[in-house]
Design a protein around this ligand. Sequence first.
Ligand SMILES: C[S@@+](CC[C@H](N)C(=O)[O-])C[C@H]1O[C@@H](n2cnc3c(N)ncnc32)[C@H](O)[C@@H]1O
Length: 290
Amino acid sequence: MKRLGYSATIYHVKQAEKIKDLLMKGKNEVETGEWNRLVKDAYNSLEFLVTMHYLRQYLPESGRILDAGGGPGRYALELCRAGYDVVLMDIDPAYTAFAEEKIELEPKSVSSRLIASVVGDIRDLSDFNTNDFDAVLCLGGPLTHISDEPERTQAISELVRVAKPGAIVCIAVVGYLAMLRTVLSRFSYELITPAYSELIQEGKGNNLVGDSLWHFFRASELQQLAESCGLITLEMVGCEGLSTGLPEATNTVAEDPAKWKRWVELVLETASEPAIADMAAHILYIGQAR
Ligand SMILES: C[S@@+](CC[C@H](N)C(=O)[O-])C[C@H]1O[C@@H](n2cnc3c(N)ncnc32)[C@H](O)[C@@H]1O
């Protein structure tokens, strides 16, 4: 892997350190956890499958891509395989090291496409030049871990700043409505527990959900935020689409290849309907830098 000398970025040191402490993982935990997340069953694979479908549609044929909050590198690997030059960045050094190792196992033609795997924070991309990338990705919900609204604006502004004019910027977040449905099905005590009232009412989950910082989004909120940071909205998509909140039914249908094929077609056909995007567990925003 070529090294371009990108160094770790620290922004709002206390906050970044806090998140880093919360997210820091051992190698085995990465393998069985985040690395496995998008392939562990049919339901979870929809997020990857639908996101890749839209990336294929919107990304340029070649170029340099920043995968910000890229985790252990599922998307980075797929994009290297597709011939893009990829810079992966994540706040958790366990993830960037894991991604580097995994991608180095690939044939040279693929592994050489990983330009760098660096530790950093999406709120401060000052290690990267303005107008640097042909596409910028922030997938799987990194923004959902930023509980402070001005910092979310700062993060999107940074993603936009490093994108070349006309470049595609894709941002996926975790949906507020889907979170409420999860509360209904698994954590209904939260509906009447005062400590959760901000989470239920506004999607704010500071230190309450899985001991992490969370902000759950409505689709309109993500769109407004992205547009206020200068992006032109191209499309919004619900990654789990019609399957959102239905993991068991989805996994059962996937046992029959013919039914699964038809269901995936239906998920893709309806994924960008506004109601589906708003209800999805992961809402994908696709925009263009001016
Ligand atoms: C659910 S994972 C998604 C990983 C990958 N993008 C994917 O879709 O598979 C969320 C990622 O966001 C990263 N993250 C959280 N806050 C971040 C921040 N402020 N800056 C950079 N990465 C962050 C986490 O370390 C984690 O890898």
